[in-house]
Design a protein around this ligand. Structure first.
Ligand code: NIG
Ligand code: FE
Length: 420
């Protein structure tokens, strides 16, 4: 434990601090809408932000509180810690062979039909023991720390039996106790029908809803449920029924929607899911219905890059008034890169997204997609999750397309990366 006076800290001065305060959760954003405090400081107490303001305005208060002064003199910019709101970083093995096959001309769905794809990772994950799953996950999460990510959603979905889904969710819970980030677990038992299941799609979903989901809740392993809605995975009607049962149990919902064919986003909107993710195949109709709902549209450019297919129509979603979050989808199959800001930058140049739209997509709008109101914005009362870049203007961070890495990363008021 730190001594009492050091639970208050003043960090700064920064050339710029971008708060993300008072931004609409939906619709297009111009860079002028960002609140940028110049010569800024951040005053924290324990794991929370007490105040953000011009540094000189905070010095007196900091002295009164006996705060530790953490000086970052020179060119520095402070941003909220990034939130990667859709990942599958809990997995065993590799799918390097799938990647080679895809680039030699086979499609993702063809490979899946021939026994590769998600089922291949299920076999490898089942063979990996829980401690090893935790270790491999922690290595991936360490890399995410270096990219400034302070909150990570992590899905199960490579277990696909009651015991193996519980094993994955327990591994995520264990990793959460050690990782720099907060891990937000999601149960994706409805990823695909496991090949060794003795029954049909509908029976599988009924069994998971009846026998797995209540245990997941009772054991405090997850309070979010996800499903992959696609011809090769689960159809819209049975998905609706499954998600509705999950919702009745108290789960928040999210959907893998419209990746190869449209349909999932309608289910997400009808049930008031927190987010509809992928959306590469969304048409005007789905874009409108998402924009009219409170469902956050989540683009996963890492999956487009990994599969070599079109990006989510992010510009249209924003221009129609929808909310857009951006996540990495880091997984061993469709999105093996796992570099959120690199991917968001590729999406931005292709779709023409402003820096404000990219930044909101990985901070406050990503927080909304996870139903978290305590982060993603730098203001009093929020979590002291922030990242510091060695540069004089926040535009530089985006200009370097994810290859400029933060000099410091602070999580819950503690420095988890960086010297001094
Ligand atoms: O988000 N679309 C379905 N699920 C994952 C891919 C999982 C995998 O290929 O292992 C996704 O892209
Ligand atoms: Fe995914």
């Amino acid at each position: 434990m730190e001594s009492a006076n050091h639970t208050h800290k003043l960090i700064g001065p920064f050339r710029q601090l971008v708060t993300l305060r008072e931004l609409p959760l939906k619709g297009a954003l111009s860079d002028e809408q960002l609140e940028v405090i110049s010569s800024a400081g951040i005053l924290i107490h324990g794991d929370q932000i007490l105040e953000v303001d011009h540094y000189e305005h905070l010095v007196g208060k900091a002295n009164d509180l006996g705060a530790q002064i953490v000086s970052v003199a020179g060119d520095h910019v402070c941003l909220p810690g990034f939130i990667d709101a859709h990942t599958h970083v809990c997995f065993g093995g590799t799918r390097a062979r799938d990647y080679a096959l895809r680039n030699a001309g086979k499609s993702y769905l063809e490979i899946a039909r021939e026994g590769g794809g998600i089922w291949d990772t299920v076999k490898q994950t089942r063979q990996t023991d829980e401690a090893q799953l935790v270790n491999e996950m922690l290595q991936r999460l360490k890399r995410l720390t270096t990219s400034g990510i302070t909150t990570v959603e992590v899905k199960s979905g490579y277990g696909l039996s009651i015991a193996d889904e519980l094993k994955m969710l327990r591994a995520i819970k264990s990793a959460n106790e050690i990782a720099d980030q907060d891990l937000i677990p999601t149960c994706l038992a409805a990823h695909v029908l496991p090949r060794d299941y003795d029954g049909n799609h509908h029976q599988y979903l009924q069994e998971m809803a009846r026998d797995l989901l209540p245990q997941v809740l009772e054991q405090g392993l997850a309070s979010r449920a996800d499903i992959f809605i696609e011809d090769e995975a689960f159809g819209t009607e049975m998905a609706f029924e499954y998600l509705q049962s999950a919702q009745k149990l108290g789960f928040d919902l999210t959907v893998h929607a419209d990746q190869f064919s449209a349909g999932g986003s309608q289910v997400a909107a009808d049930l008031g899911a927190k987010s509809a993710d992928h959306l590469e195949a969304s048409t005007e109709r789905e874009i409108k219905l998402l924009a009219e709902s409170d469902v956050v549209a989540m683009a996963l450019p890492g999956a487009s890059i990994g599969l070599g297919c079109a990006f989510t129509p992010a510009r249209k979603i924003l221009d129609h008034g929808g909310s857009l979050a951006i996540a990495s989808d880091w997984n061993p199959g469709s999105a093996p890169m796992g570099e959120l800001l690199v991917q968001a930058s590729m999406l931005a140049t292709s779709e023409k997204l402003t820096n404000a739209e990219v930044l909101a997509g990985i901070t406050n709008r990503a927080a909304a997609a996870l139903g978290l109101s305590d982060r993603g914005i730098l203001e009093a009362g929020k979590k002291a999750d922030f990242i510091i870049y060695n540069t004089s203007h926040y535009n530089e961070v985006f200009y370097h397309q994810g290859m400029m890495k933060p000099a410091q990363v602070w999580k819950d008021g503690k420095k988890v990366l960086g010297s001094n």
